[in-house]
Design a binder for this molecule. Sequence first.
Ligand code: AMP
Length: 191
Amino acid sequence: MRMILTGLPGAGKGTQAHLLAQFLELPHISTGDLFRQHIADRTELGQTAKTYIDSGELVPSAITVAMVRDRLGANDVASGFILDGFPRTVDQAMALDELLSDTLGPLDAVLDFTVSEQTVLDRMLARGRADDTDDVIRTRLRIYNEENEPLLHHYSSILFSIDAEGEVEDVHTRVVHALGERLSPSRPGTN
Ligand code: AMP
């Protein structure tokens, strides 16, 4: 099962991706985490990415797509993966589609976590990550609001909208329900 998770920054994608990855025994690939690891390791890519991340802007797609291509080249993605925070734009989505059609096969599902801006503000301020300051959050929300609708349109045929308000476990249950049919091994014509 190959899927991507989208939603406002702070919608709980990372938490849900982690739970779903455990449930499905698939790797959880978060571009935000990969960038933060590069920053911690003080790589050149990390230094470049940091300037964008600190301001809330997107890291240029050429850099991001190359990093994802590299990660999807590893052996552990053969039976599927959960991409969290990538793609964020239609041009990244097209690059991913092309990459997958050359290698692993098409995506099965896109989960869009819907939540109010007030909820994400509360969650981000509670989380307190370095890029969770007022003005950086505003920039990230603005970019999300510009980019996400065309992205969802691009994936409309495999889109699942998940209500991400409320408790972590409840949201996870909604995800499993939404995917229920796709997860069923007995459904003919799948796999
Ligand atoms: P996240 O952990 O998903 O909230 O991402 C943190 C930051 O990493 C974002 O604000 C961007 O600066 C950068 N980033 C993560 N994923 C992407 C992506 N797909 N394209 C560009 N920048 C990204």
